[in-house]
Design a protein around this ligand. Structure first.
Ligand SMILES: O=C(O)CCc1cccc(O)c1O
Ligand SMILES: [Fe+2]
Length: 315
């Protein structure tokens, strides 16, 4: 067994809006390094924690997290549409292991997931069907949020399962950091939006296009300083990266959802994917951070960050 980790912000606006000069190249260089990291580690299995933004998980039934025994990408923002390669037997064993640990899991045998779960594996692995992958949905946009401790315990239970396998496991966390894109919200939206948040699966091409354009337009306005969304918060983001790098997942427990919304935006809760991923990694022993990147990228509505790490025994 050995474990490596990549946590990375996602943003579907990559490819739709152009950041300040040089930034795109900087991120491309980061992605090249990450692909090199994957090639060097040569994973035999991937565990991928990521959120959804009301493309697969809706308020008719919204779990705090869900182990996917089968999953497909819905193809929003031109991300890959189609099935993840999920090893079903191993996924069921993972579910049983986590349940035995007393973590109140949900499972899905037919999860639908959007760019939140698809973009990062697609960019880093060349597709969501290239490696045997255990996808784990972690709710990062739909209140109420369980205490961060529960996400840590989920990650630790997953990590303990991985430690018992004879595999090289790449653990991915997708999302964050501070950001407040125009994801529909129950609290602020109209009856029509409530209908969408309950029963919005499989929108028409036209409806998807309208929604995507709204996000693109918000990104452009935000870059001009004209959008009615929360600012990015680089200080908060860097402090969170420090906690991730500290090797002490217990420190995640101090994060409070209401404060996070306040200081880092309605989608900052996507860092829950990172919390799960780092908590899993730590179960394999002390870890070493290999790469760290951060830049606030308003055109992409993203406090855009990355950490990679390997367990020390991996040297
Ligand atoms: O329109 C949506 O569904 C939200 C899109 C979106 C934009 C920026 C950063 C993100 O993390 C994100 O998910
Ligand atoms: Fe997101």
């Amino acid at each position: 067994m050995s474990l490596a980790l990549i946590c990375l912000s996602h943003t579907p606006l990559m490819g739709f809006t152009e950041p300040a000069p040089g930034v795109r190249a900087e991120v491309e260089a980061l992605l090249d390094r990450l692909r090199g990291f994957v090639a060097e580690f040569d994973p035999t299995l991937v565990v991928s924690f990521g959120p959804d933004h009301y493309n697969g998980f809706f308020y008719d039934l919204m779990p705090p997290f869900c182990l996917c025994l089968g999953a497909r990408g819905v193809g929003d923002f031109d991300t890959q549409e189609g099935d993840f390669q999920v090893p079903e037997e191993l996924a069921s064993q993972l579910a049983q292991h986590v349940a035995d640990r007393g973590v109140d899991i949900a499972i899905s045998r037919a999860a639908e997931l959007d760019h939140g779960a698809v973009q990062v594996p697609e960019l880093l692995l060349g597709g969501i069907d290239r490696f045997p992958t255990l996808p784990v949905f972690v709710n990062g946009v739909a209140p109420p949020f369980v205490p961060m401790q529960r996400i840590r315990l989920l990650g630790e239970a997953v990590g303990d399962f991985l430690v018992g396998l004879d595999e090289r496991v790449l653990v991915i966390g997708s999302g964050g950091l501070s950001h407040d894109p125009p994801v529909p919200r129950w609290a602020s939206d109209t009856p029509q939006q409530h209908e969408f948040l309950l029963r919005g699966r499989h929108p028409t091409a036209q409806a998807r296009q309208t929604r995507q354009q709204r996000t693109i337009d918000t990104g452009l306005a935000f870059a001009r300083g004209e959008a009615e969304i929360a600012d990015l918060n680089p200080d908060w983001d860097n402090a969170f990266l420090d906690v991730c790098a500290s090797g002490d997942p217990g420190r995640f427990d101090a994060y409070r959802a209401d404060e996070m919304t306040e200081v880092a935006g309605n989608s900052a809760h996507e860092v829950r994917s990172w919390v799960a991923a780092f908590s899993a990694l730590r179960r394999a022993g002390a870890y070493r951070v290999v790469d760290r990147y951060y830049r606030a990228i308003p055109e992409w509505i993203a406090g855009f960050g990355c950490l990679t790490a390997t367990t020390e025994s991996e040297e």
